[in-house]
Design a protein around this ligand. Structure first.
Ligand SMILES: Cc1cc2nc3c(=O)[nH]c(=O)nc-3n(C[C@H](O)[C@H](O)[C@H](O)COP(=O)(O)OP(=O)(O)OC[C@H]3O[C@@H](n4cnc5c(N)ncnc54)[C@H](O)[C@@H]3O)c2cc1C
Length: 491
């Protein structure tokens, strides 16, 4: 959609603008387009003893209704019945930098997803049905990010949501408009740039409501150590892929140093290992730490991550003990890892890999040397070809006042999915510190990192908008489902 057309219609205020076109934005667009869930079963019965893996009650409720008992691997029919009621539709726009699907277009396409595939489907289109139409099969009930990205793109056209989507659009500012004297409802000004025929064209819109659905994968987290900006130090998986494509990493290369113990770091270990490139793997936790993601995943479902955990455990570098209490060992140089060198494993099956648990990076040097330090203070120096720092990412809310800093649960810290999500009302997803009505947030921005649960945020927002609209019209329109879904938790 061309946003310039919107600007030309002077005086028009869009009821809802959604910033972000990932699964959050797509799911909300579906609900706002008039697709309404009705219950074909007794809600009270379904709610009894409801608990789940999200701390958000609406997310748990909606998930239980969309995918009953899916935690037990069961595929019960959903008691929800979807009806298309165009008279309920709320005009809205979904703005996003890339194609519909958000972060899924930026992930390494061939790995398997962490979640079971149906957990990532959106209402009204079974992922399995779409896969079988494409004559593809799920491996272990899991899909690849490339398949999920393609499913989301297909979903938008299949559900006729395209006319609401303006892709290639970057929002650069969202500001509160001063209240008008004529009593018109307050609104937000949304400005940005839209890519059109190779050019960036500015746009500016007025909206009564703005939904922040921008995910949290925009700015890679940094270690904050000396030398981190050197050209051989990278912060995204894509840079590893690009280096592989350019033929820069081969078996005879110096090792790649991978920093981090999350799933993206694990994917990078697997990719480099598959290529035969030697790997040093540095992370702060111990391999047995219960907080380590690998200690939380069932081995049978996630064999590839189990393999990485085995590598991390079996092929550890063991630093020599400190000389004595007050003396610092001179840093020891580590030779490139081989099955026989510096490992604790007798039958070392993962040649070329060496892990450094409970270590941190002290600095990167111009000569491609990296200084590491164990938690007991012992330093080691490793010679590397490339470094990949994969320790998470932060949301980019630079389009908001003070980069949205004041919106977090702790307003003194930057917003982050795990540590400091945006503070929202759990039943409406309204942003508590928005400085005015009509600002909502959803998805990882409010701590809901899994697609399975972010759908609850879409329900909460659609429900609140419907309620506000009917309040504004001074009508009592009790929807058969959405309002009862809320009241059963607030009562
Ligand atoms: C490696 C990896 C593996 C994952 N595996 C799983 C998994 O197995 N299962 C699961 O459920 N979840 C998984 N996730 C999490 C999943 O990506 C998120 O739950 C989901 O994508 C969040 O959806 P969203 O729509 O809120 O945000 P996103 O998918 O991040 O989409 C937001 C979009 O908004 C765009 N945007 C940002 N700022 C602006 C702006 N100013 N203007 C316009 N557009 C903007 C972004 O470019 C992005 O495309 C994984 C994430 C990663 C990184």
């Amino acid at each position: 959609m061309d946003l310039q057309d919107k600007e030309l219609q002077a005086g028009e205020t869009v009821p809802v603008v959604i910033v972000g076109n990932g699964p959050s934005g797509i799911c909300l667009s579906y609900l706002l387009s008039g697709h309404t869930p009705y219950l074909s079963q007794d809600l009270e019965y379904l709610c009894e003893g409801l608990e789940g893996r999200s701390s958000n009650p609406v997310a748990v409720l909606f998930d239980s209704l969309l995918l009953p008992d899916s935690d037990f691997g069961l595929e019960h029919t959903s008691p929800l019945e979807w009806r298309y009621e165009p008279e309920r539709a709320v005009p809205h726009l979904v703005l996003g930098k890339g194609p519909p699907g958000g972060a899924w277009h930026a992930m390494e396409g061939s790995m398997l997803t962490l979640s079971l595939a149906n957990w990532m489907e959106l209402p009204g289109l079974k992922l399995k049905d779409w896969m079988s139409d494409k004559r593809r099969n799920l491996r272990n009930d899991r899909a690849t990010p490339a398949e999920i990205a393609s499913y989301y793109q297909h979903y938008v056209s299949q559900m006729s949501l395209e006319q609401n989507f303006a892709c290639g659009t970057t929002v650069t500012s969202v500001t509160r408009q001063p209240d008008s004297l004529d009593g018109a409802p307050p609104c937000w000004r949304v400005t940005g740039l839209q890519r059109r025929e190779g050019e960036e064209v500015p746009f500016s819109l007025l909206a009564h409501n703005v939904v922040l659905a921008t995910g949290t994968h925009d700015i890679p987290a940094r270690l904050g150590v000396e030398g981190e900006s050197l050209p051989f130090v990278c912060h995204s998986f894509w840079e590893l892929e690009a280096a592989i494509c350019r033929g820069e990493l081969v078996q005879s290369s110096d090792p790649v140093l991978i920093v981090g113990a999350g799933l993206t770091a694990a994917d990078a270990v697997l990719a480099a290992h598959h290529l035969g490139t030697p790997v040093y793997h540095v992370f702060r936790r111990s391999v047995t730490d219960p907080g380590l993601i690998f200690n939380q995943l069932p081995k049978l479902l996630y064999p590839e991550y189990h393999k990485v955990h085995q590598m991390m455990t079996q092929q550890q570098h063991r630093p020599p003990p400190p000389l004595h209490e007050h003396a610092q060992n001179p840093p020891s140089s580590i030779r490139s890892p081989s099955p026989s060198a510096s490992t604790t494993s007798l039958s070392s099956s993962y040649s070329g890999y060496l892990s450094f648990p409970r270590h941190r990076v002290l600095r990167f040097q111009h000569d491609h040397k990296c200084v590491l330090e164990s938690d007991t203070g012992v330093r080691s120096v490793v010679q590397v070809s490339k470094v990949l720092v994969l320790i998470g990412a932060h949301p980019n809310l630079s389009f908001l006042d003070d980069s949205g800093r004041t919106l977090g649960i702790n307003p003194d810290e930057p917003v982050s999915c795990r540590r400091n999500p945006i503070d929202v009302d759990p039943f409406t997803n309204r942003v508590v510190a928005a400085g005015g009505p009509g600002m909502y947030a959803m998805g990882p921005l409010v701590g809901e990192n899994f697609v399975r649960f972010l759908k609850g945020g879409a329900l909460a927002i659609a429900s609140d908008l419907a309620k506000r609209q009917s309040d504004e019209r001074n009508e009592v329109i009790l929807t058969k489902c959405i309002i009862p879904l809320q009241t059963c938790f607030t009562a």
